[in-house]
Design a protein around this ligand. Sequence first.
Ligand code: ATP
Length: 270
Amino acid sequence: VRARVMQVEHSPDVTYEDIGGLEEQMNEVRETVEMPLERPEMFTEVGITPPSGVLLYGPPGTGKTMLAKAVANQTDATFIKMAGSELVHKFIGEGAKLVRDLFEVARENEPAVIFIDEIDAIASKRTDSKTSGDAEVQRTMMQLLSEMDGFSERGDIRIIAATNRFDMLDPAILRPGRFDRLIEVPKPEVEGRTLIFQIHTRDMNVSDDVDFAALAEMADDASGADIKAICTEAGMFAIRDDRTEIYMEDFEEAWKKIQAEADEDPDTSR
Ligand code: ATP
């Protein structure tokens, strides 16, 4: 069961250089997650407790998972990911058991960064908390909070949660000693988009006429994930045309195609 719902990676290969346009967020994550892992004695000597949990919130595809992986890479930590939706189960006690397993795997693999994506699945404010399914979800959340209490003093396990639905969250999880450091990860501005285009074309055979700043202006509503998709699609346009070099117009066509697809299928649009 563990293997199916938990993704465990030792020192994942994402670095801070792979992330475009999130300088402030990177600094905050480094200070709150990386410092306690690398120099726990600093916190002891100063006499403060590092934040227990960090919550990253913002639209899909903006780099939240990347940030968590980059910290794990930098600190040579094990990255353990679980989606909140995986913790919502039909059987009584199963969610809480998975939470216990999650922390057990982390303890066996210290130092570790636990990343819980879609935390809103187990921590949303509910209109009707009387139904049994909701009570079970609530127990899963209580288990998570109690596991967090158990290690907050020590530096070798850090926990990062992420959500696209900040408005849905139960304020109880944001109280001090819980997810008490909030970091917004928004869609990139034009400078960020330029950097992200550069990052994703690093290994691509791009023609001299390609203007990344102009591409960033063009893709004005794109997330990092959208930009990655544009670059891959631009490469596909070149291949379809039997070329190995990618032109500016390939990127333009790629953006049009991706926008058209998003319009057709609003559920998957980013
Ligand atoms: P979700 O909420 O959907 O889980 P997320 O915010 O965790 O999304 P990631 O999984 O980190 O998003 O990003 C998906 C992919 O999009 C990354 O693997 C990367 O290729 C690209 N990407 C997203 N944001 C950035 C960024 N700021 N810089 C570079 N690439 C990015």
